[in-house]
Write a protein that binds this ligand. Structure first.
Ligand code: IPE
Ligand code: IPE
Ligand code: MG
Length: 246
């Protein structure tokens, strides 16, 4: 068994880990390969992380796979990523469901083809089981767009007289976010050395621990995940109170 895995305290696991999977292109460039090769390797890594997270007892793994801004990349790269998503839907999604995993896809449908939108609908139509591990793919996702969407939905309720303006609080807003069924976010990981959030889960990460690593995503395999969790377990989360001294 891995040395690092043994160091993880199973009683203090983060319930919800989110990863900004970044650096596929640079990983490939370093090997004089096309960016698409980096994406393929990244997808392989992702499969390992889903398995490792579930086995460890993490409740939710959420990944940023395609941002609303990524649509502005060259059309050939966008098409490649859309096709890989469809491939995941056709070849892997059912197996995950059979393995008792909730699979969810969150984000905007604007700019997506009917084929991709139908696949997302089919994935999200599988009933959610709160006892299961949940793997959420943020696809064509933008946090500001998500908050704008929640605001519109809540405004409609006010307009219809179903709620009062004073009923709007953090809990209500949470319940209109795409992440409503997920645990509060504990740990956000970004690979590839970039220290920014790029429009990812901006509301949800209010008290999450942030972990930035220089490792490019294709190399962020099980051992790197364990390192991030150990690092997380050595943090003193205070939530505004006076925490225990370390
Ligand atoms: C992350 O890798 C995957 C996506 C954003 C789709 P990148 O494609 O951003 O790789 P770099 O950052 O250019 O190396
Ligand atoms: C963020 O990565 C989006 C995803 C990982 C899907 P980017 O590579 O698109 O982010 P920036 O452009 O470097 O901020
Ligand atoms: Mg990038």
């Amino acid at each position: 068994m891995s040395e690092l895995l043994l160091q993880i305290d199973k009683t203090k696991l983060p319930k919800h880990i989110a990863i900004i999977l970044d650096g596929n292109g640079r990983w490939a460039k370093n090997r004089l390969m096309p960016r698409t090769y980096g994406h393929l390797k990244g997808i392989e890594t992702l499969g390992k992380l889903v398995k490792a997270s579930k086995e460890l007892g993490i409740k939710n793994l959420t990944v940023y796979a395609f941002s609303t801004e990524n649509i502005n990349r060259p059309i050939s790269e966008v098409e490649f990523l859309m096709n890989e998503f469809l491939k995941f839907y056709r070849e892997k999604f059912r197996k995950l469901v059979n393995d008792k995993i909730n699979v969810r896809v969150i984000g905007e449908t604007i700019n997506l083809s009917k084929e991709v939108v139908d696949a997302i609908k089919d994935i999200n139509d599988v009933p959610f089981n709160y006892d299961y591990f949940t793997f959420t793919i943020c696809f064509n996702y933008g946090s500001q767009q998500e908050i704008a969407h929640a605001t519109k939905e809540i405004s409609k309720l006010v307009k219809m007289g179903r709620i009062n303006v004073n009923d709007i609080d953090e809990k209500l807003i949470n319940s209109y976010l795409y992440t409503k069924d997920l645990e509060p976010l504990d740990l956000v990981i970004r690979t590839s050395g970039e220290c920014r959030l790029s429009n990812f889960l901006l509301w949800q990460l209010s008290y999450a621990e942030l972990y930035f690593t220089d490792v490019y995503f294709p190399d962020f395999k099980e051992e790197e995940l364990y390192k991030a969790i150990i690092n997380y377990q050595n943090r003193n989360r205070r939530f505004g109170k006076l925490g225990e001294e370390k």
